[in-house]
Design a protein around this ligand. Structure first.
Ligand SMILES: [Zn+2]
Length: 335
């Protein structure tokens, strides 16, 4: 029998769509990229809206006793960051390390662990190992005043610090000899640089003589032996040449010295050390640094004058508490 012409024929199966392995991989990559971008954006927004310090746990630093003044030599590697806590609770930070993530995090966590009534900042000079971390300090703490060095710079770290101060309306002032910061009986007075004629960055860095609670300190910034000899010559000429108003300076009476230029051989001249005759010499330098700081010659000269040497690359942060004419030095080992 003949088959009916209109009989339904067997349905032809549709060809199955072949999966393209390249397309699959592309979708996977795009998904990962999308998720990553969202994560990066979320983190960036978090950093933008939350101050940096909110994300970093503050260190537990022993509380300051009533009437005490404290000097904090903060371990920022090959650089410098020194904080003075005056008896009133007002604080002065001199330099902020090199601005690397590790050192800046350490500095922010350290400052976050203190009860500061106010905070002002000195940028001793424009070198990156001193002013590199100050932009972050200004962005993370309510800085009252920023003391600028006599010689400005066009480096990113210097401009970043100045810009951060401008954006936050921080008052600025250039610090030169006779500039005195502090309160009655407890102060930091600048004995160098001069207000004119400075040409070399290290030698123009701000040297501070600090007095309080019957103890004296000298923060030598990065000056060389040439500047030390010049200051020594002025001292020999007139013992009162560095006095400024109520801020008296006596270079024969230095208990604690922050050794100049991280202990380099071209600083800490023997005759300078003989005059200031420090009991404690703090050297701020990095572990295995590229400059071999501190130099053996400097260590020998400091030992010769009988100073107890505290190297931050060996002991970490050092806290010195001043009270009633005496002081106690204590490594904090926070890093
Ligand atoms: Zn330096």
């Amino acid at each position: 029998m003949e088959e009916h012409a209109n009989a339904p024929s067997e349905p032809t199966p549709l060809p199955r769509k072949k999966k393209d392995p390249d397309r699959k991989a592309l979708i996977k990559h795009l998904t990962i990229a999308g998720v990553s971008a969202v994560l990066v954006l979320a983190i960036a927004l978090l950093f933008y809206f939350l101050p940096f310090r909110e994300l970093l746990p503050a260190y537990a630093i022993p509380a300051r006793g009533e009437g005490e003044m404290r000097l904090h030599f903060i371990d920022v590697g090959e650089g410098d960051a020194t904080l003075i806590e005056f008896p009133s609770g007002n604080c002065l930070l001199i330099d902020g390390g090199d601005g690397s993530l590790e050192n800046t995090n350490h500095l922010i966590r350290y400052l976050g662990g203190l009860e500061m009534k106010s905070l002002s900042v000195v940028s001793s000079h424009a070198d990156a190992d001193h002013c590199g971390g100050l932009q972050s300090v200004i962005e993370n703490f309510p800085v009252e005043k920023l003391y600028l060095p006599v010689l400005p710079s066009d480096t990113g770290s210097y401009l970043g610090m100045v810009e951060a101060a401008e954006q936050r309306g921080v008052e600025t002032e250039t610090l030169t000899r006779y500039g005195c910061i502090g309160e009655e009986g407890a102060y930091a007075v600048c004995i160098s640089p001069y207000s004119a004629g400075e040409e070399e960055s290290n030698d123009s860095s701000a040297v501070l003589y600090v007095r309080g609670c019957g103890v004296n300190a000298l923060l030598g910034a990065d000056i060389s032996s040439a500047r030390e000899r010049r200051l020594l010559g002025e001292w020999d000429l007139d013992n009162e040449i560095f006095n400024s108003g109520n801020c008296e300076v006596d270079l024969r009476d230095v208990d604690i010295l922050r050794v100049s230029h991280h202990g380099s051989a071209s600083s800490s001249a023997a005759e300078w050390l003989q005059l200031i005759d420090p009991e404690v010499a703090v050297i701020s330098c990095g572990r295995d640094n590229d400059y071999a700081h501190p130099a053996e010659e400097t260590i020998a000269r400091l030992t010769e004058c009988g100073a107890n040497i505290l190297r931050l690359d060996e002991v970490g942060d050092v806290l010195i508490t001043l009270h009633d004419g005496s002081y106690i030095a204590q490594p904090l080992n926070l890093k």
